[in-house]
Design a protein. Structure first.
Length: 120
C-alpha cells in the first residue's frame, strides 16, 4: 500500500527528509544497491522527464539500516504553487526478469512565498 501525505515548503528554502525502509516485522532492510526516485510534477500525466524536480538517489545515508535521504536545494524549491510528488524505489529483488519497483510515497506539495526574502 502506498502512503500519501501533503507537504508545504517555502519557495527557495532547502529541504531534507530521511526515509526509513523496514520489512513487515519492523526490521531494517538493507537498501544497498537500491535506486530511489523523487519527482515533483505539475500534472499527473506529465512524463518523468518533464518533472519540475527530479532526484535519483543511489548513495544512501545508512544503507544497512534502511536509511536514505532526499535533499532539495534552494534552487530546486524555487517554485510557487501546487504540485504532485512521488517516491519510487527500484530494489535488488527480481520479479521474473525485471527488478522490483515500488511506489512508497506520494502526495501533494505546495510551494509558498516566504515572509523573509533575505539571502546570504
Amino acid at each position: 500500500m502506498t502512503e500519501s501525505i501533503n507537504l508545504v515548503l517555502k519557495k527557495g528554502d532547502s529541504w531534507t527528509s530521511t526515509l526509513y525502509f523496514e520489512d513487515k516485522d519492523g526490521k531494517d532492510l538493507d537498501i544497498t544497491g537500491w535506486k530511489i526516485y523523487f519527482l515533483v510534477k505539475e500534472k499527473l500525466d506529465d512524463v518523468d522527464n518533464a518533472a519540475k524536480i527530479r532526484k535519483t538517489i543511489t548513495v544512501h545515508s545508512a544503507p544497512l539500516a534502511g536509511e536514505s535521504t532526499v535533499e532539495l536545494s534552494s534552487g530546486d524549491t524555487n517554485l510557487i504553487g501546487n504540485y504532485l510528488f512521488g517516491i519510487k524505489v527500484i530494489t535488488n529483488n527480481m520479479i521474473g526478469t525485471f527488478p522490483e519497483a515500488i511506489t512508497v510515497l506520494e502526495g501533494t506539495i505546495v510551494f509558498e512565498n516566504r515572509i523573509v526574502q533575505a539571502t546570504l
